[in-house]
Design a binder for this molecule. Structure first.
Ligand code: CMP
Length: 154
């Protein structure tokens, strides 16, 4: 079954000119871009988004780092999209993330780690509602779909 997931291209991605490199990887993989916009995140949005880190010493620093510049929020769709995108991002610490992953190839940091990706299907649904209005998520035919998946996979 196809599902949707959220990717945030963080300030470290925008400022370092890596938006094209990162979105190219998702496109080449076969994920379908169904939503994308640049926005300036607020402290309120980030307090909700990073709620599980509230009280940790890096909480405010993490939120501040996400507000330094606008970010690009993206919605990708595909079979097992949450897991596929998460595997492509790699592990949180860029210094330890395997080569071949976005973080392993492109960054050196725990915090300045290029992308945020939803960690479960349930959280993807919550996070997509947080950053997108319903009319900002699109549905359109992919003519090449039969060359991305076998008939019994979709
Ligand atoms: P992200 O995938 O956006 O989800 C939570 C973020 O918190 C994570 O990426 C890191 O950028 C950040 N983070 C987690 N742990 C730490 C830490 N110990 N120090 C700084 N930032 C952290």
């Amino acid at each position: 079954m196809k599902e949707k997931t959220l990717v945030i291209l963080k300030p470290s991605c925008v400022v370092r000119g890596l938006v094209g490199e990162v979105t190219k990887r998702f496109e080449q993989k076969g994920l379908q871009l169904v939503g994308m916009k640049m926005c300036q995140l607020t402290d309120e949005q980030l307090s909700e988004h990073y709620g599980q880190h509230k009280g940790k010493p890096f909480f405010q620093q993490l939120k501040d780092a996400m507000m330094v510049t606008p970010v690009v929020v993206c919605c990708y769709e595909g079979v097992d999209a949450v897991e596929v995108v998460r595997n492509m991002a790699g592990t949180t610490n860029g210094r330890k993330s395997p080569m071949g992953t976005i973080r392993g190839d492109l960054c050196m940091s725990f915090q300045e780690n290029i992308v945020h990706t939803s960690d479960s299907k349930e959280n993807a649904e919550i996070e997509l509602k947080r950053f997108f209005k319903p009319e900002e998520i699109f549905s359109y035919e992919l003519p090449q779909c039969s060359f991305i998946y076998a008939a019994d996979e979709v």
